[in-house]
Design a binder for this molecule. Structure first.
Ligand code: PLP
Length: 422
């Protein structure tokens, strides 16, 4: 089935007592047992529902839908995108292991790697997400290579296929943060060889900027038989790779992230995300069209020094974008205001578009990364990530393109006095 059909048909309840068409919200902490044997069996096998920290039918419906949309083996949902990156990586590393990561990652991910995984004795090498640089950083302790499908706000795309082949050859997991891939509507890294995908569902899956959520997905692979945590006995004395096969990774994410780590997605949020997925392809298609229109228009404005949008044929990311993105080029674009920080300040002071540090909302949101989302990153690294004092990031929403353009035009008019000196 096509993505648009799966988005509305996958994950629906199979045996609802009332033949409910939509997914019910199961607001329950625990599930009853028929007798001693039933409880003992469920605890011994981890099958069936026992307690919502481990599994919940509403969350399971969302996991089934995400699995279908990304063409994955399975999914585990968590409380936020941060929780997903945390639990996904936690299942892959042990003290003394190493991770190779892109320096342009979402700030929260950089902090997670440096501060949290650093505390646990995991070393991180930050190198550009290009095959040669990653290859040079790999060694026998490397357990994961972590990249984003589309840099934020650099809007660079890594060579997913090349990185996947490299990782496969070195028996290292390629983990892709596919948040900007809009849960498969725009990009499906698992199809290009990534072993694991993590998501902030807060963004395009929710689509309305209303709640937080995250997910970890993986594909069919024999990679896990090279990881000691999957080939040595677990707390129950069982060998995860023998017991679960390729699912052993997701079982470990569930065990460490949910059962023990407690980073659980509420069934109420799962319900909203399940519903959000029904329109994600339509939303990203519409927002992509608007973003392309605006990018072309911004290029012709005298107060704009430069525009980055992967859909522009002249954009450096365009060739890879045509290879890895489908259904559009995404709803994020960045541009530089002439006059640097002063120009950007004047522009935002006169901008009627909502200014907020989020993406994938139904509303268009503008942000000045230099002084907000990227302000804690050292200046050189900020510039390397494509952020300058003049940079504005726009997450294009569902308003009419003409209305967004008019709001941008009014704010640009206020920049005029700064002049064209750059
Ligand atoms: C927002 C975001 C995250 C973190 O997700 P939360 O749901 O806010 O915890 C991780 N990665 C990327 C690329 C993001 O945009």
């Amino acid at each position: 089935m096509d993505f648009s059909s799966l988005a509305v048909l996958s994950g629906l309840p199979q045996q609802d007592p009332h033949n409910a068409v939509g997914v019910p919200i199961y607001a329950t902490a625990a599930y009853g047992f028929a007798d001693l044997e039933d409880g003992a069996h469920k605890f011994a096998t981890n099958q069936g529902y026992t307690y919502t920290r481990l599994q919940n039918p509403t969350v399971a419906a969302l996991e089934a839908r995400l699995t279908a949309l990304e063409g994955a083996l399975g999914a585990v949902c968590l409380a936020s995108g941060q929780a997903a990156s945390f639990a996904g990586l936690l299942a892959l590393v042990r003290a003394g292991d190493e991770v190779v990561a892109s320096p342009g990652l979402f700030g929260g991910t950089v902090g997670l790697l440096n501060q949290v995984f650093g505390l646990m004795g995991v070393r991180v090498h930050f190198v550009a997400p290009e095959v040669a640089a990653v290859q040079a950083a790999l060694n026998e302790k490397t357990r994961a290579v972590f990249v984003e499908v589309l840099g934020n706000p650099s809007l660079e795309l890594p060579d997913l296929q090349g990185l996947a082949e490299l990782c496969e050859a070195h028996r290292v997991a390629l983990v892709v943060d596919n948040t900007f891939g809009a849960v498969g509507a725009l990009a499906r890294p698992l199809e290009h060889g990534a072993h694991v995908v993590v998501h902030s569902l807060t963004k395009w899956a929710s689509g309305h900027g209303s709640i937080l959520g995250g997910a970890v997905l993986s594909r069919e692979t024999a990679l896990w038989q090279h990881y000691p945590q999957f080939t040595s006995p677990d707390a129950q004395g069982k060998i995860p790779w023998e017991q679960f096969g390729a699912r052993c990774f997701l079982e470990r994410v569930r065990q460490l992230g949910l059962s023990l780590g407690g980073m659980v997605l509420s069934p109420f949020n799962a319900y909203l995300l399940f519903q959000g997925l029904e329109t994600v392809a339509l939303r990203i298609e519409r927002a992509s069209q608007t973003a392309l229109t605006l990018a072309r228009w911004l290029e012709s404005q005298p107060q704009v020094a430069w525009v980055r949008y992967p859909g522009l044929p002249t954009d450096p990311a365009h060739p890879r974008a045509t290879q890895y993105l489908r259904g559009g080029f995404g709803s994020i674009l960045t541009f530089g205001i002439r006059g640097g920080l002063e120009g950007a300040s004047r522009f935002l002071a006169n901008l009627k578009i909502i200014q907020a540090p989020n993406v994938g909302d139904a509303r268009t949101l503008a942000v000045h990364p230099w002084t907000t989302t990227h302000s804690r990153i050292p200046e050189a690294a900020r510039r390397a990530a494509g952020v300058g004092p003049e940079t504005i990031r726009l997450s294009v929403g569902l308003e009419s393109p003409q209305d967004i353009q008019q709001m941008l035009l009014e704010a640009l008019a206020s920049v005029e006095q700064v002049g064209h000196e750059g």
